[in-house]
Design a protein around this ligand. Structure first.
Ligand code: SAH
Length: 217
């Protein structure tokens, strides 16, 4: 078996720390999670490169830097209940498992959810709860969430996410058109008050569902 720990350290130093991510817990989590396990075997050798990679079903595992930025923006200390929308490979969920107390993740494509479940179990991240559903409604039964991270690009912010945040909770979501978006952080500052910050330009696969984009046939 190949030892990927050197590639992983290089990834974290070159792509995460050098680009300004400072949260020590995020850095440590990314040093721990074996990213190569979350891509198909033929792509293992590319798993630590500075890019997203295909995971099947026309979906991608996000670029490592994007995972770091989103994770840092959630401002987690280990006590939180977190919702991820878009399980995909399960990689972001594994990082979240090291950063928060409880992790819930929604995926609309059953085969991806199945594969993510398997890899997360094999890597010791069984505490991540995965459900196959249209995540544009959030996960009402498990709400409220201290943090919600959406890993697919939305045309606008679904109201359910805003409603399912605790007061003080943070929502990280890429908003824009199908090809490029702006990563937004929305903080619930009061029962009816929200504060919005634009973070950076990004390019995610579309969030498809009732309160997202329509699927293309
Ligand atoms: N966080 C993932 C990135 C996955 S890409 C990772 O670390 O690998 C985005 C994922 O969002 C895709 O798997 C896609 O199928 C899923 N997705 C898109 N729209 C969705 C929706 N409405 N509900 C749940 N998942 C959705």
């Amino acid at each position: 078996m190949r030892d990927f720990s050197i590639a992983r350290r290089r990834m974290v130093e070159g792509q995460v720390i050098n680009r300004g991510v400072k949260d020590r817990r995020v850095i440590d989590a990314m040093l721990k999670v074996p990213r190569h396990k979350f891509v198909e075997e033929a792509l293992e050798g590319q798993a630590y490169q500075d890019a997203p990679l295909p995971i099947g079903e026309k979906q991608t595992i996000s670029q490592p830097y994007m995972v770091a930025v989103m994770s840092e923006a959630l401002v987690l200390n280990g006590s939180e209940t977190v919702l991820e929308v878009g399980t995909g490979s399960g990689y972001q969920a594994a990082v979240l498992a090291l950063l928060a107390d409880r992790v819930f993740s929604l995926e609309r494509i059953p085969s991806l959810a199945r594969r993510a479940r398997k890899v997360l179990d094999e890597c010791g991240f069984s505490k991540v709860n995965i459900r196959v559903a249209d995540g544009t409604h959030g996960w009402q039964d498990m709400a409220p969430f201290d943090a919600i991270v959406v890993t697919a690009g939305a045309p606008e912010v679904p109201q359910d996410y805003l409603d399912q945040l605790t007061v003080g909770g943070r929502l990280i979501i890429p908003v824009g058109n199908r090809n490029d978006q702006i990563l937004m952080r929305i903080t619930r500052t009061g029962e009816q008050e929200y504060q919005e910050e634009q973070m950076l330009g990004c390019r995610f696969v579309p969030l498809i569902g009732n309160h997202g984009w329509q699927s293309k046939h």
